[in-house]
Each structure stands twice: as C-alpha cells, then as structure tokens.
Write a protein that binds this ligand. Structure first.
Ligand code: ZN
Length: 233
C-alpha cells in the first residue's frame, strides 16, 4: 500500500515533466508557424497579382497574333484591288479593308493599355517575389534548426511516458483505471494531501478521510476534484 502511494506520487512529477515537454513541443514550432502565416499572406497577394499579370500578358499576346493575321488579310485584299473589274466589288473590298484597319487600330490600342498594366504589375510583383524568396529561405533554416530540438524533446517524452506507464502498471487495476479516466479531464490526475488539504484543488479533505488515508495507506479520491490522493510516506 505504501508502495502504491509512492508510485502515485512519482506519476505526478513524471506527468509534470511530460507536460513541460509537450508545452515545449508546442512552443518550439511557433516561430515557424508565424513565418508560415506571413508567407501565406504574401502568397495570397502574390498569386492574385501573378494571375492578373499572366492574364494581361496572355491577352496582349493573343491580340498581337490577331493583328498579324489581319495584317496578312489586308495585304491580300489590297493586292486584289488591282485586279477587280467592277466598281461594286471594288467598293466592297475597300470597305472590308477599312473595317480591317479599324480592327487593327482598336486591337493595337488595347495592347498598349494591357502592356501598361503588365508593366505596373511587374513592378508590384518584384518586391513580393523577393519577400517570398527571403521568407522561404528563413523558413527552411528555421525548420532545420528546430528539428533537432524537437527530436530531442520527443525522445525524452517517449522515455518519460514509458516510465509513467511502468509506474501505472504496478498500481492496482481499479486505481489505474481511475487514473486514466481522470487524466482525460485533469492534470495531474493525482494530488498530494498536505495538512489535510488537497494540493491541487486546495480544498480540505474531510478529517475522517485524511485519517483513513494515513492509517491504511489506501488510495482514495478527493471529494472535490476527484483526483487520486496520496501522502508523502
Ligand atoms: Zn482535490
């Protein structure tokens, strides 16, 4: 029984150490998560502008090739003019040429506008691209440097969890089950009684119960927080 009390006491310090390591494992990658958030924010703007850039460049290219096609047609039509016999047909081709030229002119103006916005977007994209590259390389460095720290904590954590399980496995089954049940709700699942007070919830343990624990060295639960109580033996 005395042995059980000691084991229960040891689980408390072990679970505290385990908790500290788990906190470390959460905190160590915080800088990396921060950088990832920053990168994601830049990426959103970058990808939006890059999309606009690609769209405008693509559109300008498409219009340019339409102009080239039309220029070819216009050349053919102008050559045809020389061999046309009727006035009616001549006027019709002249009209086609005029429409074609207007189309070329309109496309040309649109291209100028598109290329202007392509230039603006290029200027916007340059610093974003630099920021992205810098963040990516910082991120890679950070990820590399924390990996060692994380691996170290993880192996310590495994060792401590094995020790904790060893202590638990030596406790009576009903106590072990209670411990595991409480573990899901409260940390640590066991509490020391000092001067008749539970050291986790700081409520007084009924004197009768405190006497019982001291006398029998049996494990009872705190009536207030339900943690398993132990005393220093
Ligand atoms: Zn308590």
């Amino acid at each position: 029984m005395k042995d059980h009390m000691q084991r229960l006491g040891m689980t408390v310090s072990l679970s505290q150490e385990i908790q500290n390591l788990k906190d470390d494992l959460e905190e160590i990658p915080a800088k990396v998560r921060h950088l990832e958030t920053e990168l994601a924010a830049i990426d959103t703007v970058y990808l939006q502008k890059k999309g606009e850039f690609d769209k405008a460049s693509g559109e300008a290219k498409k219009l340019q090739s339409e102009i080239e096609d039309e220029a070819g047609h216009l050349k053919q039509k102008e050559e045809r003019l020389h061999s046309i016999k009727t006035n009616k047909e001549y006027q019709a081709v002249v009209k086609e040429i005029s429409t074609g030229k207007t189309m070329v002119k309109d496309r040309g103006e649109t291209i100028v506008k598109l290329l202007a916005s392509v230039e603006t977007l290029k200027v916007d994209l340059a610093p974003l691209e630099t920021q992205r590259q810098e963040l990516l390389s910082t991120l890679e460095q950070e990820r590399g440097s924390i990996q060692g720290q994380l691996d170290d904590r993880k192996s310590k954590l495994q060792a401590l969890e094995a020790q904790l399980n060893e202590q638990l496995s030596s406790l009576p089954e009903d106590i072990r089950h209670k411990y595991i049940r409480i573990q899901g709700k409260r940390q640590p699942p066991a509490a020391k009684v000092v001067d008749g007070t539970c050291q986790e919830c700081f409520m007084s343990v009924p004197p009768q119960l405190a006497i019982e624990i001291r006398k029998t060295q049996e494990i009872h639960s705190c009536p207030n927080c339900h943690r398993l109580l132990y005393i220093e033996t």
